[in-house]
Design a protein around this ligand. Sequence first.
Ligand SMILES: Nc1ncnc2c1ncn2[C@@H]1O[C@H](COP(=O)(O)OP(=O)(O)O)[C@@H](O)[C@H]1O
Ligand SMILES: [Mg+2]
Length: 283
Amino acid sequence: MNPFNAVLKRKPDGPGQNLITARQARPLKNPFGGECRIRIEGADLFYGSARALKNVCLSIESRRVTALIGPSGCGKSTLLRCLNRMNDQIRGCSVTGSFTIDGTDLYREVDVNLLRKNIGMVFQKPNVFPMSIYANMTYGPKTYGVTARDELNRIVEDGLKEANLWDEVKDRLKESALSLSGGQQQRLCIARCLSINPKVILMDEPTSSLDPISTSKIEELICALKKDYTIVVVTHNMHQALRVADKTAFFLLGDLIEYGDTSQIFRDPQNDETKKYISGVYS
Ligand SMILES: Nc1ncnc2c1ncn2[C@@H]1O[C@H](COP(=O)(O)OP(=O)(O)O)[C@@H](O)[C@H]1O
Ligand SMILES: [Mg+2]
């Protein structure tokens, strides 16, 4: 079974589940040729009657790393999932407000398949497919119609090089991806994400299951990738936010409490709740 199709073809969970898509019907556009600045305005999200995001407004800069921090359950993953419309799949989830890329509404003006091709996601646990390293890398491109062997080989090599994994795997591309270490698997997931040439990369605690050396490799990679991609990373690790993020947003119980340059948020937080959090009170 094609796991991409499983996600892409699933039907919405019924009328009224997603209030934004229910109000749609504008001509479709492709906003991914430009800078990819993301604006979130007045975002509210309910799981049933539980409000997980409360009137969130946030501008995410292009070719920068933005960290989302805050205690467990404050809505970081929920907000991340709004950006590639993964919450559309969740029964009882309703989203309102506006999510735009360079002015184009991600919910009303962009085809969801185009959206997911351009906004890649890397999860907490490396979710390599149980197939060869090579097949992991060609899966997405084949799904989107690339068939020429030379082209596929080029995508595999470029993606693995970009993810700093090529030298470690170039002689074992036909081996199972499951034979790689956890850190290598996570870099393969990032390489696989790059294989379909996204513009935005969302990462949900990408190093929380990894050892310190693998973590630092992923952090180096995040810093290198921002020259070409808009990156949003959820992290529990404040040192990681300081090391990789240009901008940091602090959330508490669904509210965006404070947002600014990472150095300002950590050295001179303006809000008392931010101060308490970064001094470890909640952790
Ligand atoms: N699929 C879901 N169904 C119902 N409630 C959910 C779901 N996902 C998250 N929540 C709830 O929404 C709130 C925010 O969760 P989440 O975005 O996962 O927080 P974080 O990533 O900051 O830990 C929590 O109260 C959580 O229990
Ligand atoms: Mg989370």
